[in-house]
Design a protein. Sequence first.
Length: 318
Amino acid sequence: MSDERTLFEARAQSGVAVSDICETARRARAGDEAACRALAAAFAHCAFAAPSKIAATYDAAADGWLGCVVKAPAIAAFSEGVSQISTALWRDFWALVDGAAPGIGAGEITTRTAALGGLLASDFREHAIDAISAFPGVLDAAGQGIPPRFQLADLAACPEGSLGHTFYRLIVDNNFDLEVLDRDVLGLSGLPQPLGYVNARVLQSHDLWHITAGYETTKLHEVAISAFQLAQFGHTYSAMFLAVVTASTAFRAQPAFALLTELILTAWVHGRTTPPMLGINWESLWHLPTDEVRARCGIAPYQSPYPADLAEQLETAA
């Protein structure tokens, strides 16, 4: 293994001091390659060892990279436990990093990133529960119990131009599943709360949040909405996905690192400054136009720093 990767693993285990992350982000934006890898390691630390540091780390990174303090209340984790990152996780992580840059399919990246969760330390789940519980609105939303499934027939019956109809067309026209994965197969009802609620809600609402929060279903915006979800409720999978994305570009596709980090941190700020969406009763809003739903819920659509379909444009040009 290269010295750079050995240093990355050490930093991801021990973490980068939050007080240093702002300056690290500034240097990374200026093109300092070592700073880019250090920032990616800080994100990996949150994803695989210390989820309690997600909010402070990304807030500091946004401050340094974007030059503005996040205008949202600080999120103080309930505990600050740190898990040990296993050799097996690093093996699969680097295999995924090496495969991601050449362009493996989105489905394979999703599956292999999710599989990293099975290699987390046994105490990581408790740390993750403490971490997500500190995000605004999570415990109130989870107190409602595992959410009932959305019904395609209810969406089909919504008037044209409504949120429900727009959601229906997104699912049907793209041959999407109404829930990304089967919650029963995943055994989400058996998870401790609020993990069970959060994971079930993500599966059923991810594509709905694309619509309401203003994220396109393109490659760049799938990265961006992961940062939005992370900012909203500390989503564990999103943290792992962003760790893979930033490490793969920091080590193997340096020119893309700045673009993706700009996207990630602007979406993070968007998520932090948007009222909690996790517990919204969407079923009561299906009949309303999307803009009216946004107005009622205080949701401003994401202002992307790049064209949403930039990756697809570049692929076509190539």
